[in-house]
Write a protein that binds this ligand. Sequence first.
Ligand SMILES: Nc1ncnc2c1ncn2[C@@H]1O[C@H](COP(=O)(O)OP(=O)(O)OP(=O)(O)O)[C@@H](O)[C@H]1O
Ligand SMILES: [Mg+2]
Length: 506
Amino acid sequence: MSNPDELLRIEGIRKTFPGVVALDGVDFDLRRGEVHVLLGENGAGKSTLIKMLSGAHTPDAGRIHVGGRQVRIQGAQDAERLGIATIYQEFNLVPDLTVAENIFLGRQPRRFGMIDRKRMEAEAETLLKRVGVRVSPRARVRELGIARLQMVEIAKALSLDARVLVMDEPTAVLTSEEVEKLFAIVRSLRADGVGIVFITHHLEEIAALGDRVTVIRDGRSVGQVPADTPEEELVRLMVGRSIEQQYPRERPEKGDVLLSVEGLTRDGVFHDVSFAVHAGEVVGVAGLVGAGRTEVVRAVFGADPYDDGTVRVSGSRLKRHDVNAAMAAGIGLVPEDRKGQGLVLDASVADNLGLVTLRSATRAGIVDRGAQHTAAERMAGRLGVRMAGLGQHVRTLSGGNQQKVVIGKWLLADSRVLILDEPTRGIDVGAKVEIYQLINELTAAGAAVLMISSDLPEVLGMSDRVLVMAQGRIAGELSADEATQDAVMALAVSTPTTEKEGPRGH
Ligand SMILES: Nc1ncnc2c1ncn2[C@@H]1O[C@H](COP(=O)(O)OP(=O)(O)OP(=O)(O)O)[C@@H](O)[C@H]1O
Ligand SMILES: [Mg+2]
């Protein structure tokens, strides 16, 4: 009776957390040799659903069939035995172990009771070759970049002979080149008969890679469509309405220079970086990963030191390597690494949103909790943060909703100069538009915005000017009219030189 190509069938899965119905009756199935995309807004229940397959959560109700048999998946070992491997939104590797040790964690090949390192490393090497990544099995995981970490996770899945590979937003942190590489691997696994569950907020990836799409809204499956369904239709299914304009750009007349950076240099990292951002302006910063964009803005914000150059806000020079001075001057930074730098995970949504505003909400030395709460409530509502309430701990929010809290915190802080580093990574299409509208409001109120983004349509759609960085230098600047995908990419892969080239005299 059951389809021999059917790897997996999920029926009527429900899962409730305190105050939240995360899944309210989801159906899903996966066949051999297909990529089945799970699509839905932030907080729709995608990650929760796949955690039922990895054994991280058990359903309150509903059934899971694997290979035609009803199963209970109560832990990682059950999943492993059933041939299900999961690559989470947050990786699961142990930073201080080597690549080979991570791949074979808990099941290292042994010889005379001892771990057989040689064999383990040789087998790891073969697996790494199969995914096409050049990394030593003896390298420590801590030393790898995100793309390579992901390849190691895939190698690990291969070593488990997984028939089902689940990937939760694997492309969110990859460059377009890395995405292509990942797609090639996924396609070859599919050709080998592996079934892949793929979660993404990048709609263009769906037609490029997927076969079928299941759309989840508010914990329910609301439709299953082929992957070549037009994007507008996917959006409508996902958010329940259509989106007129993905990049609404409204700008006032530009005002005075608010942020000016001159000759900023950190030896070996970035060199002679100069630019200015005016009031009412959004300046985009494009470039390949490793071009030095994050490093520059962290130095501007005072989070990292620099060796040479100046940073000025409204003409006054900032002390270097001093975050408090930068914040006092009105600079805000939405960091790229939200888990590490943006949030206090075990504090509430309200407290996280209020982290920067605490000072301005203080009346006569007493924190005005009421005012803070109202402001937090309003911001959470605008950004559509899906939560049980403002008291929910940020740790239990969905990935995209955590990101909304980081952004909301800085939007509430009334920064005159707001620096955004990959602001919409992991954010669904509807919430992105809301963030762009908030950026419009900030510029209308006279703020200056500097936005790093690897999402080219976003940079082109929202920036008034685009700076392109390559190899630690500004490779060029393009006006909104000049900035096309090709023009930006040409600069991003160029080898820039600066006039003040040569040994720097001190
Ligand atoms: N451990 C938990 N405790 C309480 N609530 C939780 C927990 N895990 C998830 N939730 C809630 O369940 C809902 C679904 O979250 P889930 O992480 O599945 O969303 P998602 O579709 O993966 O979203 P995103 O696109 O943002 O990653 C959210 O409202 C979230 O806050
Ligand atoms: Mg998720």
